[in-house]
Design a protein around this ligand. Structure first.
Ligand SMILES: *Cc1c(COP(=O)(O)O)cnc(C)c1O
Length: 221
């Protein structure tokens, strides 16, 4: 697949599920990709936000693109460690806030930067997953994060990886349920953005109302 094929699918899925054209935005996940391939496979097609999951890699790529005079919108989609926050200066949206202290660390660094990224809260997916805020704690973490002054734009979730023991149709049902539940929670909290869906499951995410689709592999294979 290529970016234009993924985009065509996104537009078709929006039509299929009665969504406004362009309401499911592509975030091109570029971890592990070279500048040359990002330029050719992604930026040659338009100004898509680039999603990186490792803070140092993001810092290095951002510096190289800046040096080349290329303006890029950076999203940080990975888990956040305290000592890595300093690398996130170029970022406009952090997708996976899991705790108030992370927001505090970003807000503190942002004072020095003179600008602050917006953030999304990562919701735990209810399966065996290390990351994410348990649903029961979502309201509390939302208040904590807002208290830092950061702008909380929405929720993010990652579908579990079901092993071979779960048949594909069942796995799909459970992922769609997770995405729909997350969409309802975002709606109930008055949060407009929903970061859901990767190469393997973005059709379900568009169906459930995702506004930011984080696709990597499909753009580069
Ligand atoms: C790698 C990654 C993606 C993209 O996954 P693909 O399967 O390559 O499309 C999306 N979200 C997060 C958090 C990732 O780490």
């Amino acid at each position: 697949m290529s970016l234009s094929e993924v985009l065509a699918r996104l537009r078709a899925l929006e039509r299929e599920w009665g969504r406004e054209e362009g309401s499911a935005r592509l975030v091109a996940v570029t971890k592990g990709q070279t500048l040359q391939s990002i330029e050719a496979q992604v930026l040659a097609h338009g100004d898509f936000p680039l999603g990186e999951g490792r803070a140092q890699e993001l810092r290095d790529k951002a510096a190289e693109f800046a040096q080349a005079g290329r303006r890029v919108e950076w999203h940080y989609i990975g888990p956040l460690q305290r000592n890595k926050v300093k690398y996130l200066r170029p970022v406009t949206l952090v997708h996976a806030i899991e705790a108030g202290w992370q927001a505090e660390a970003i807000a503190a660094a942002a004072e020095g930067w003179g600008h602050a990224p917006d953030v999304l809260l990562q919701v735990h997916n209810g399966e065996a997953q290390k990351h994410g805020i348990p649903v029961a704690d979502l309201g509390g973490v939302l208040s904590d994060v807002r208290a830092t002054g950061l702008n909380v734009r929405g929720l993010m979730v990652m579908a579990p990886e079901f092993g071979a023991e779960v048949p594909a149709p069942q796995a799909e049902d459970r992922i769609l349920q997770l995405f729909s539940d997350t969409a309802r929670r975002a709606h109930d909290l008055g949060l407009p953005e929903l970061s859901m869906g990767m190469s393997g499951d973005y059709p379900l995410a568009v169906r459930a109302g995702a506004t930011l689709i984080r696709v990597g592999r499909s753009l580069f294979s």
